[in-house]
Design a protein around this ligand. Sequence first.
Ligand SMILES: NC(=O)c1ccc[n+]([C@@H]2O[C@H](COP(=O)([O-])OP(=O)(O)OC[C@H]3O[C@@H](n4cnc5c(N)ncnc54)[C@H](OP(=O)(O)O)[C@@H]3O)[C@@H](O)[C@H]2O)c1
Length: 329
Amino acid sequence: MTFNALWLTDPKIDKNSATLSAVDETTLAHLPVTLRVLYSSLNYKDALALRAKAPVIRQFPLIPGIDMIGEVIASESTQWPIGKLAVVTGWGIGEQYHGGLAEKFSAKAEWLTALPEEISALNAALIGTAGLTAMLAVLQLDQQGITPERGPIAVSGASGGVGSFSTWILAQLGYEVIAISGDRHAEEYLIKTLGARSILPRSELSESGKKLQAERWAGAIDCVGSHTLANLLAATQRNGTVVACGMAQGLELTTSVAPFILRSIRLVGVDSVYCEVAQRHAAWQRFAALLSRSSLPIPYQTIKLDQVMEFADRLLEGNVRGRIVVQTT
Ligand SMILES: NC(=O)c1ccc[n+]([C@@H]2O[C@H](COP(=O)([O-])OP(=O)(O)OC[C@H]3O[C@@H](n4cnc5c(N)ncnc54)[C@H](OP(=O)(O)O)[C@@H]3O)[C@@H](O)[C@H]2O)c1
């Protein structure tokens, strides 16, 4: 028996290394739970893997796809009966283990998170790694006592996947959001659709600045790293928290100890790939609570497995607005 999947072979050996193929079921690792994949999503990381633009894949051949939403069709786990819906993001799927860009998926029981009934399979795909990362960042602010009364929250890379979800979640929870964006056409999207209060041009934070600046926000969610992150730290109010999620501008961080020792600023990191099971549950439950009273405003396109390569190219060229949901069957 075979199933359809994106199939990646080693690009050093094989020029045409990413193809939609009929893959033999015996290829799947013998893990306790097998799922029929309903949806995956196409993330920037997947596009990098599919076009071999970065060393995302740690062993070949591999099925890419860091997000998977599916229905259990075979199980050796009493916790995961046949018919149950589950979401998997991270844990090395699509990097080290076969991922979600396929009709079938094989999982360890601990990778699976049950979908709360308020979240449809389609919405779970729309949320995916980007939404989970944003919610984990918001939970970090919450745990650090950064409530809406403390002051505004700055979100960098606000029109991107993690930034859009961060902006929307914070606005829904009553925070005043300052959206930092380089997209001059995103004003309506950031303010009217996502609920940001104001927009700050990306250029105001993207160059090296003073290591301590006038206090502007109680906290920040940073998706871009580099000088932007240093400037966010420098302008955070006393006892504030900055959550580092990404590196769209760069991996490096040049700052000083001044924000930490003169204003008690905290810098907290988020890793959605290997975050603890309890944190994942908390994040999906928070989405369930939000979706019981509002619908997701994040724009998306639904594509099929045979369109994945075309959309990976568009993602890498920066020609995609919103999320890409992959309907796998
Ligand atoms: N920590 C984790 O577990 C985790 C999980 C998922 C993603 N990430 C990382 O988080 C970051 C954002 O991911 P994403 O999925 O939201 O990506 P994305 O959709 O590509 O969004 C990134 C956004 O960053 C801004 N940006 C792009 N290039 C920039 C530059 N040179 N300088 C400043 N801003 C720039 C843009 O927003 P504007 O046009 O609005 O400025 C862009 O939309 C990436 O670095 C990704 O690797 C981390």
